[in-house]
Design a protein around this ligand. Structure first.
Ligand code: FAD
Ligand code: ZN
Length: 473
């Protein structure tokens, strides 16, 4: 291993290879996951400056048979970006490769290095009059490489698709250290197998993304949101259907928030002033993007909500009168995960379901959970518009959360994922598999699909050095 470390230092410079042998180096930011569920120990944290250095690092690791864990912003929620405890894995941080390389206005595309922070890209795009429509609560820290490697979703998928659908081309380093120059602004390219889409969502298990060309959209003239209290999930789906018909492509977000999730935000972040939900079991945050004007967006939302109030689909509604008020409503939505973390450890499920089946799924699964663990608290929220629920389970009030997780997490997961399977859903909608969920796939993934995945892994990474134990266990 000393030989490998020497080679890595020679490749990227000694300053950019951090190890535990250096008493001044603090590696915790790279070794600890965002939720604090796992703390690994890396052989070294290596921080290359460009694609050639990434390729040389991968060649060195392949030569030594050392495992590589790629890391962007380390905001992933499924333990994919932190090393294991063995002290033998090389953590490859893309943090220094954060440049926006080129914005092609006429092609409505932008090319960035993998370590570019999502929010920086959003800002650069906005300054040029464009929208880069990937929006996540972690956007201030997560990177484009991580977004693509995990095929991130977020709150605008309903209109613009997930990270995969926003990507036109990739530059990538293979497990052997070869560079694939696949950066292209092409919207059509049928010249063979779709390698770009194979690497997107592969969670660092097939290669390292070093740069990407991404789609841009015209910046809308106005983006306005509204808050609606709904009497049931079925009513929320009716509102979604009305909104899709009335707003068309102008409907860019449709988020659902359960009453308990909102009460956690109210308790832990009182300054955010959660709108009153007056006993309604769910709140909806919907967003309208308008190419005409603010007043046109306002009129469209007023008409929609007026109809919904008359029909009883909505029991109460708030239309913000200022940008600050609108931002505050989004803040409420984006603080649910943080409020939940403050409430204590919990069991997270990031599931996808056919939109039409969500009310029946929740009625059945909520009841099953309550029957098995009376008093269990459900933090249900997410991207209803695209069928992605964050269906999280918190210990009953007064029960020690750590003990609850230790004793019940496995059984609760089985109950929830079995229900997801009965409803033809997926055990991961947007967070990925990582090592947290790798054990699930043999049980919940189609066996032929799993065999093909293993064949791809074997073909591209025969040494098994790319993020081992992630996705495929
Ligand atoms: P990391 O966490 O560093 O890595 C994620 C995975 O990608 C790991 O497997 C890693 O090995 C791999 N990887 C990273 N960079 C590369 C690269 N250059 N090449 C190859 N592999 C690489 N996710 C959503 O989809 N939607 C949400 O709405 C959402 N909300 C979130 C809210 C909060 C508060 C937090 C903390 C997280 C949220 N996430 C969400 C999860 C997370 O932010 C996303 O998965 C994000 O895309 C990860 O980006 P990252 O740069 O932090 O990647
Ligand atoms: Zn989400």
């Amino acid at each position: 291993m000393n030989e490998l470390l020497a080679l890595l230092r020679q490749t990227v410079g000694a300053h950019h290879v951090l190890t535990h042998e250096d008493p001044n180096a603090d590696l915790s930011a790279w070794e600890q996951d965002w939720r604090g569920r796992s703390r690994g120990r890396a052989l070294a944290v290596v921080r290359p400056a460009n694609t050639e250095e990434v390729a040389a690092v991968l060649r060195a690791c392949a030569g030594a048979g050392a495992a590589i864990v790629p890391q962007g912003g380390n905001t992933g929620l499924v333990l994919g970006s932190v090393p294991d405890a063995s002290g033998t894995q090389v953590l490859l941080s893309l943090g220094r490769m954060d440049a926006v390389l080129e914005l092609d206005a006429a092609n409505a595309s932008v090319t960035v290095q993998a370590g570019c922070v999502l929010q920086n890209l959003q800002q650069v795009a906005a300054q040029a009059g464009f929208l880069f429509p990937l929006r996540l609560a972690s956007e201030g820290s997560c990177t484009i490489g991580g977004n693509l490697a995990s095929n991130a979703g977020g709150t605008q998928v309903l209109r613009y698709g997930n990270a995969r659908e926003l990507c036109l081309g990739l530059e990538l380093v293979t497990a052997q250290g070869d560079v694939w120059h696949g950066l292209s602004g092409l919207r059509k390219d049928n010249s063979g197998y779709d390698l770009r889409n194979l690497f997107i969502g592969s969670e660092g298990t097939l290669g390292v993304i070093t740069a990407a060309t991404l789609k841009l959209y015209p910046l809308p003239a106005a983006q306005l949101c509204a808050w609606a209290a709904v009497p049931s999930l079925g009513a929320a789906l009716e509102l979604l259907s009305h909104a899709q018909r009335q707003l068309g492509a102008g409907l860019t977000g449709f988020e659902i928030m359960g009453q308990f999730a909102l009460s956690l935000v109210a308790r832990h972040f009182p300054h955010l002033r959660v709108p009153p939900w007056q006993g309604a079991p769910y709140g909806v945050l919907l967003e309208c993007s308008d190419n005409e004007s603010q007043s046109h967006a306002q009129a469209s939302l007023e008409r929609l909500l007026g109809c919904a109030l008359e029909l009883g689909t909505v029991s109460d509604a708030v239309l913000p009168t200022s940008l600050a008020q609108a931002q505050q409503l989004w803040q409420v939505r984006e603080h649910i995960a943080l409020a939940q973390a403050k409430e204590g450890p919990n069991i997270k499920h990031d599931i996808a379901l056919p939109v039409s089946r969500i009310p029946a799924f929740c009625a059945e699964t909520d009841a099953l959970l309550q029957r098995e663990w009376p008093g269990v608290r459900l933090v249900t929220f997410g991207h209803l518009g695209d069928g992605n629920l964050h269906y999280n389970v918190q210990a009953p009030a007064g029960v020690d959360a750590a003990v609850f997780l230790r004793d019940w997490e496995a059984r609760i997961n089985t109950l929830v994922f079995d229900a997801v399977t009965r409803y033809h859903g997926s055990v991961s909608a947007e967070h990925g598999i990582g090592s947290l969920r790798a054990g699930l796939l043999p049980q919940y993934k189609d066996p032929v699909a799993l065999r093909l995945m293993r064949a791809v892994k074997q073909a591209l990474d025969p040494q098994g050095i790319m993020n081992p134990g992630r996705v495929l266990s």
